[in-house]
Design a protein around this ligand. Structure first.
Ligand code: AGP
Length: 606
């Protein structure tokens, strides 16, 4: 997942490109680079690490040129250094790329035999030399067309040419790419978010298409090099403020924003005056759906798993969940009365997008639960349920997770009522509890100081376990993921009842174990599992909900009690201390909380 920007203007572009790259760092931040055209030459500057390092380079500060491309990288081929940073350039062509060229080794051999010299270890560099090779005998459209047809794999490309000082070429297959329109200048970007600070007039390229961007107009072509017309969309021009405010990190702000996130979601879907839920324009008759499959990656997969428990509780549907990168290669049995739900904060995750594409090829019903409504997954699904969280910058997802499970809970409730699996009385009671949820989360956010003090224990341990049963099990997985991706320490989410089938062997004196044991139907069983790990020396952090009943156990290292509410909603509250635990652990280690190593916010490669 890398970020691309291109600008064709009548004024110098380097500083605008660098500023745009800063907005794209959520897509990758191993290295960054820029190339412009000036005085008939391609000028290229690249740097390892953040865009700030590129900006500090004096060559960038004095960079001329009214046409340029820029790139932030998340390494797929070749280590994250300035040689492998993009753009990659030959004498007459410079390219930025997001995606993976799967036949690059073969193409490199062919090009080396033709005398081309390679400088980097990247797959991208073959594109530069292929275009240069075709330009020896062909015009630009044919050279691009032939190059693209010879590439296997995925790409979003930005290309500039020494001998074509008035244009930028963009091309897309499998990785998102958008064109933006400005006054006397036009743009190329990985997504609308990259372009939003310059324009709200956007055209999205579809797979196989490429474009030629001049400063006063843009031409689009299909994969055969035939000119095509494309729609210009006008996006909501409100560019939200993305700053951290008084918070040290975006993640801290986004954790604290969760009551607002939930209020927004409830306001969007709950009709308070009629005590009902509005799922506007649901395109199917509910009796056309007898099973439902939820698909996502990472935190979004945990949302899917959480939804499975609710759907099984509130409806009589057959429900399955799958990790997108598994689903897309599985020998699936597609049934026409199945609804496929794709959960994705960014709406650009390559594996989830590929799973959606596979379902569409099989004429399945598709629904997207996303935060970015202009995203590829949203655009290509039949029906979209936005989560309305506002931009989430922190790579570790927090408010988007709660936003996802909120919308999935609301959908579960509504389907249960539509199918008469729950009656209006049950529905209304649950809806009434739901409306109180933001307040409950607000109170739970106050459980702060104890977590701060115990977070260091997780940093010093060899590893930790997060245990839960039933509704708490997906939350245990999510809590473990948060700690892993922020503190870089091993943590494993596990079904509490499964420990005795092997992982109990991991438990040793002083090992921190988080046990999620709210007073629900699984409480007693989970407390017994908790005793099993305490008996073997574990330091147990018990997270439960407030209750007048005493906890029947001794030797608990620490206990956190969240607010009490309807059992359906306890997962929302149990999540909060786990997000804070991961945040404070990483803070103690001095790690980059908003941009953890090796990760990116939008994973647009498989
Ligand atoms: C979660 O904290 C991670 N950043 C990651 O697991 C993320 O949830 C996953 O990559 C899916 O992203 P998406 O929701 O944008 O599809």
């Amino acid at each position: 997942m890398c970020g691309i920007i291109g600008i064709n203007s009548n004024k110098p572009v380097s500083s605008t490109i660098v500023n745009s790259l800063k907005k794209l760092e959520y897509r990758g931040y191993d290295s960054a680079g820029i190339a412009t055209l000036s005085s008939g030459l391609i000028n290229e500057v690249k740097s390892e690490g953040r865009v700030d390092n590129l900006e500090k380079n004096s060559l960038v500060q004095n960079m001329e040129g009214t046409i340029g491309i820029g790139h932030v990288r998340w390494a797929t081929h070749g280590s994250p250094n300035s040689i492998n940073a993009h753009p990659h350039s030959s004498q007459n062509v410079s390219v930025v790329h997001n995606g993976i060229i799967e036949n690059s080794t073969l193409l490199k051999k062919f090009l080396v035999n033709k005398g081309h010299k390679f400088k980097s270890q990247t797959d991208t560099e073959v594109i530069v030399h292929l275009i240069s090779e075709h330009l020896k005998t062909d015009n630009i459209v044919n050279s691009i067309k032939k190059t693209l047809k010879s590439l296997h794999g995925s790409f979003a490309l930005g290309i500039i040419f020494k001998d074509q000082p008035d244009l930028i070429v963009g091309a897309r297959r499998g990785s998102p790419l958008a064109v933006g329109y400005g006054p006397n200048e036009n743009y190329l970007g990985s997504d609308s978010y990259a372009l939003k600070s310059m324009t709200n007039k956007i055209t999205y390229l579809n797979d196989g298409e490429f474009c030629i961007i001049k400063k006063d107009h843009v031409e689009f072509f299909n994969e055969d090099g035939i000119k095509i017309n494309k729609k210009v969309l006008e996006l909501s021009s409100t560019e939200e403020k993305y700053d951290k405010g008084d918070y040290k990190h975006f993640m801290a702000k986004e954790i604290e924003e969760q009551p607002i996130t939930l209020k927004n979601g409830i306001n969007e879907y709950v009709d308070k005056s009629n005590n009902d839920i509005n799922i506007y324009n649901f395109p199917w008759k509910i009796n056309e759906i007898s099973s439902l499959t939820l698909i996502g990656c990472g935190t979004a997969y945990h949302s899917c798993l959480m939804a499975k428990y609710w759907l099984e509780e509130l409806t009589s549907l057959d429900v399955s969940v799958d990790i997108a990168s598994e689903f897309r290669y599985r020998k699936n049995r597609f049934k026409k009365d199945s609804l496929y739900v794709f959960v994705s904060q960014s709406g650009e995750t390559a594996d989830t997008y590929a799973a959606l594409d596979l379902c569409k090829q099989n004429n399945m019903k598709t629904c997207a639960v996303v935060n970015v409504i202009e995203s590829s997954i949203a655009r290509d699904s039949e029906f979209v349920l936005p989560i309305h969280c506002g931009t989430e910058i922190g790579v570790a997802s927090t408010k988007a997770f709660l936003g996802q499970i909120l919308i999935l809970y609301i959908l579960s409730l509504k389907i249960g009522l539509w199918r008469k699996d729950i009656n209006k009385e049950t529905f209304s009671k649950k809806l009434k509890d739901l409306k109180e949820l933001p307040k409950m989360v607000e109170k739970t956010l106050l459980t702060d100081n104890k977590i701060q003090s115990i977070s260091g224990t997780f940093n010093e341990a060899k590893g930790s376990m997060f245990l839960g049963r039933g509704f708490s099990y997906p939350i245990a997985l999510e809590g473990a993921l948060k700690l892993k991706e922020l503190s870089y320490v091993h943590a494993e989410g596990y079904p509490a009842g499964e420990m005795k089938h092997g992982p109990l062997a991991l438990i040793e004196e002083g090992m921190p174990v988080v046990v999620l044991a709210p007073r629900d139907n699984y409480y007693k069983k989970t407390i017994s599992n908790m005793q099993e790990v305490i008996a073997r020396g574990a330091k147990v952090l018990l997270i439960t909900n407030k209750s007048k009943d005493e906890i029947v156990s001794e030797n608990i290292w620490e206990k956190i009690e969240v607010e009490s509410t309807n059992a359906d909603l306890l997962p929302f509250l149990l999540t909060i201390p786990l997000q804070k635990l991961a945040y404070y652990s990483a803070l103690k280690k001095g790690y980059d909380i908003d941009k953890p190593r090796n990760l990116a916010k939008s994973v647009t490669v498989e």
